[in-house]
Design a protein around this ligand. Sequence first.
Ligand code: SF4
Length: 212
Amino acid sequence: MILRNDALMITLRHLRQIADLGITARATDLAGSAATPHRTRSISPIGILALRDGTATGIALPFGSSDHAALTALADTAISHGITELRLAPHHALLATGAPLAFTAEAAALGFVTSPDDNRTRISACIGSDGCASGHVPARAIAARLAPHLAPVTSLHVSGCAKGCAHPRRADVTLVGRADGYGLVISGMAGDTPQALLRADQLESAVAHRQG
Ligand code: SF4
């Protein structure tokens, strides 16, 4: 009973802290405060990883999401190559041990991220208007469209609205869906005041050159 009461008090304290941050706050906004441990970057698990015995192949879901058809097709591909399990890994990745190169090629053809150099590893995007009532634009679909144009080394966040759920941190370039277009934020977060308002046909050029 004591543990249960402690958990209740801690939960209420965190909810109060989130409420104090305002109506647009999320739990991740507490990151960096005493309430949550500091975030650290981890090594990408995407690509061929050497194990003590053999290799593991890491593939990632583009922008952290895949529909059931793609996942079913991936499972069928894995089975056809004798892969009996896919393990969850950081960065929305799946690990397959002992997978042949053909598996990687087929996973890439299905739309999965199979190389750490894939531009999509530097892009965050929420579902946007394809699945969220607050979204003004289909953020993941736009992110997929912009990925081939993204400048080297540049990080991009495409957000369906100013809440910035997919990446509640700074990005080199942030595009924020609005009722009247796309807010462009350089070296900031989705909730920051945009430096410019863009049309849909201006997005490719906005991400093609490192800004700021
Ligand atoms: S950022 Fe906005 S549109 Fe995207 S998931 Fe969050 S609330 Fe929805």
